[in-house]
Design a protein around this ligand. Structure first.
Ligand code: AMP
Length: 134
């Protein structure tokens, strides 16, 4: 069993898509084992996206991610990191495959509705960042 970390981003929460997105996740066989809703602070979002701090989109990304409540969650399952990334689809919704969460529900490259860890190492760091060292 593997764990991965995800976020339903402010645009999707605002559009009442939490239920639809969690349904796709649960129907894929992944299990939600932790979840918490909150509005991120600037320092929380800046720390979470620290690897992108030199990128031109960093300021806009932090503003977007702190613009409203998000759902933070941990998923568990076989190959959870890879399976959840496949379910999300490509970061850019224009390139996301049919049936993926981003193809169905993203508004733009930035407001792409969901986050998911990109490796087991990132998953461990991100789970610990938001849910402590469980
Ligand atoms: P990632 O660490 O891959 O999740 O990327 C962080 C997030 O930054 C993505 O999920 C998008 O919301 C956003 N993002 C990535 N690339 C761009 C870009 N070129 N322009 C604007 N936002 C971006």
């Amino acid at each position: 069993m593997e764990k991965t970390f995800g976020i339903i981003k402010p645009n999707a929460v605002q559009k009442n898509l939490i239920g639809k997105i969690l349904t796709l996740i649960e129907e894929s066989g992944l299990k939600v084992v932790e979840a918490r809703m909150e509005t991120l602070t600037k320092p929380q979002a800046e720390g979470f996206y620290a690897e992108h701090k030199e990128r031109p989109f960093f300021g806009s990304l932090v503003n977007f991610m702190t613009s409203g409540p998000v759902l933070l969650f941990v998923l568990e399952g076989n190959n959870a990191v890879e399976n959840y990334r496949k379910l999300m689809g490509a970061t850019d919704p224009a390139k996301a495959a049919p049936g993926t969460i981003r193809k169905l529900y993203a508004d733009s490259l930035e407001a792409n509705s969901v986050h998911g860890s990109d490796s087991t190492a990132s998953a461990a760091r991100e789970v610990a960042y938001f849910f402590g060292d469980k």
